[in-house]
Design a protein around this ligand. Sequence first.
Ligand code: FMN
Length: 362
Amino acid sequence: MADRDTLIKILDLARWAPSGDNTQPWRFESVADHHIAVHGHDTRDWCLYDFDGHASHMAHGALLETLRIAASGFALRAQWARRAGTPDSAPVFDVQLADDPALAADPLIPFIETRCVQRRPLQSTPLTAAQRAALQAAPGPGYSVRLFESLPERRQIARLLWANAHIRLTCPEAYPVHKTVIEWGARFSTDRIPEEAVGVDPLTARLMRWVMKSWARVDFFNRYLLGTVAPRIQLDYLPAIRCAAHVLISRETAAQTVEDYVDAGAAMQRVWLTAESVGLRLQPEMTPLIFRWYAAQRRSVSRLPQIDAAVARVGAQVDAVLGAEGRAVFFCRVGSGTAPHARSLRRPLAELMVAPGAGISN
Ligand SMILES: Cc1cc2nc3c(=O)[nH]c(=O)nc-3n(C[C@H](O)[C@H](O)[C@H](O)COP(=O)(O)O)c2cc1C
């Protein structure tokens, strides 16, 4: 039975879904015993990585899929539909829960809370046949999975990420985003990414914390002291080589609508939970795809023309190295490794709940 206690338990699990920079762009309304409204929002007005809200819509999909999986543990079948007339920047999803005594609990339930990003280098031990098969099957119909496993392929991707990271670190518009989304000096964070989960060594982290105090410092450090080299080696180049595989998930048809990106986010979460279930750690590598979205639509990332030129080059490199002709929706690396000692937590459920019919403030 979907009584209020059960709904709370389901939502308490579902809130562990991943979201870009741990923004958790959702609030929950318990409308009735069998009806939850998920009020989504996006972060495109302040986060350049949330191109047209796609990353937030994918997070909404991950949330709805996690809710569906969690509900199966209570023999409840969850189905969602976007509420007609709700804007792309604040879509509302109505989730109906139907009793289904024959429904089996989803085997991915135990991994909802343990799944998290591991941004440090992983083992390059090749994937087993079982791991490969599990990853290939995870996103389901309408999606394909391409694995980049060989050393030459991983090297090629390391070069792509190297060029990509230079943009992230030298783009003035990215600076306030990075400053906001990292909780400096923290091991855990309920609403951001804690510094210790970023993936650099403690010395580089301390230096980054000092440099990030102002854009003038960042700019000086980058220009005269090769400031992008240490973070790029630690965050991009080495982990790109020290992993078992990079994984590209593409749709059969290019995503166009909010619902398409929500669906892609559900597929992403199935892949991520499946990776966790077969002993693989995962780190998303979304920014090359995001810069490709900008490049494909000739949209400007920065007031600096050299950044836009670099974005266009990365867009072309994505097509040359990854292929998929604009149908790719998720890119990540996987491999065995220890669980990270630092991670993002979540806002308490009470903070995410809104009163029935209440206006939503993010
Ligand atoms: C659509 C999407 C894109 C993401 N892109 C990146 C990325 O490019 N790099 C990265 O390190 N993490 C990325 N993340 C992971 C989030 O930062 C992470 O899920 C969030 O901070 C919560 O942490 P957790 O997954 O460890 O619980 C992405 C997550 C989502 C849902």
